[in-house]
Design a protein around this ligand. Structure first.
Ligand code: FMN
Length: 325
């Protein structure tokens, strides 16, 4: 058990927020399939929420979702972020997270995401305003990188400022903006942050197998481990990491049939939640991920762009299974 502010959590393994990936169908499927405890949404624009933009509101798709759910928002104006926090809490979120790590030019140029690491005073003001707006029952957290460039690594001091401003937890992806996804993560920065702050610390980056999760916890003392890319199409990785961290034997491997069943269940959930057209487009990338490394994956990949309906997805799965039989 560990605490994220007022929330007490059993699992120390979290599916990381991923724009375009950790949407409602994915979160729901992962929960059903491997008992994932906590849902963390992809980032949502605070400005869109405050303006009541209908498209932004489609991302705040948490009504009725099994708790706990943490909604991640991005923005740079403390008053608007506080208002967005109120909206998110009213929609039912158990926690609100601020994206202070997104490196993409559009977000960075608007002063949001990792650009906030250049202005720790503003970042702290955002957290303070949101803590006040969210109330004592709802943790406010932030996720950020090592810094903006390798010459300006400031995550430890930044974490201290946010901790003092009332953050219930910080998640660190210890790469700089300029590194994007190159270089290995410097986990020693997670360890340093852990030593310096009183709030919960979540480590993110380069966990691809259960042994990595164990090493990250041992080397950094982080409270929980977040997994992003390696969990795409692999919910079983979360369960395997959890078992390793708890010293339990690994859960059974899904095998090709288990993967195909999960893929179809994911597709069906997505269609019921997003409508067939949007869902099957989203499922193209998930299909590639579920079948990664499996027999027939290459042939299946060449057909992903022509998947348009749930029937197409069912046909593809049937062919993959038949070819492997
Ligand atoms: C496709 C994709 C989308 C992402 N979107 C977000 C996001 O919306 N919010 C966020 O805080 N981090 C986002 N990230 C960063 C991840 O949460 C994570 O910190 C990073 O990928 C490092 O972890 P990994 O090595 O397990 O992939 C994204 C990463 C990927 C690959």
């Amino acid at each position: 058990m560990w605490n994220l502010g007022p929330l007490t959590l059993r699992s120390r393994v979290i599916l990381a927020p991923m724009a375009g990936v950790s949407d409602r169908p994915t979160r729901t499927l992962f929960r059903r399939l491997v008992g994932m405890e906590l849902s963390w949404t992809e980032m949502i624009s605070s400005e869109g929420l405050v303006r009541d933009d209908p498209k932004t509101h489609t991302y705040l798709d948490i009504v009725g979702e099994e708790p706990p759910v943490i909604v991640q928002i991005f923005g740079r104006d403390p008053a608007h972020m506080a208002e967005a926090a109120r909206i998110v809490v009213a929609a039912g979120a158990e926690g609100v997270d601020v994206n202070m790590g997104c490196p993409v030019p559009k977000v960075f140029k608007s002063g949001c995401g990792v650009a906030l690491m250049r202005d720790p005073g503003r970042a702290a003001a955002i957290i303070e305003a949101m803590v006040e707006a969210a109330g004592p029952a709802v943790p406010v957290t932030a996720k950020f990188r090592a810094g903006v460039t390798e010459d300006t690594i400031n995550c430890v001091e930044f974490a201290r400022r946010l901790d003092a401003a009332g953050a219930a937890g910080v998640s660190l992806h210890p790469r700089t903006r300029s590194q994007m996804f190159t270089h290995r993560c410097d986990w020693s920065l997670i360890a340093e942050v852990r030593r310096e702050v009183g709030c919960a610390v979540i480590g993110s980056g380069d966990v691809t197998e259960p042994a990595d999760a164990v090493r990250m916890r041992e080397q950094t003392g982080c409270d929980a481990v977040m997994i992003a890319r390696a969990a795409q199409g692999d919910p079983w990785l979360l369960a395997a990491c959890e078992a390793a961290l708890e010293g339990r034997p690994p859960p059974p491997e899904p095998g090709l049939r288990g993967r195909c069943e999960a893929l179809l269940a994911h597709g069906e959930l997505a269609v019921s939640m997003l409508g067939e057209r949007r869902a099957v487009r989203e499922m193209r990338k998930h299909t590639g991920w579920y079948l990664r490394g499996q027999p027939g994956a290459r042939q299946a990949r060449s057909r992903l762009a022509s998947l348009d309906t749930l029937a197409d997805l069912r046909d593809l799965v049937a062919e993959v299974l038949a070819a492997a039989a």
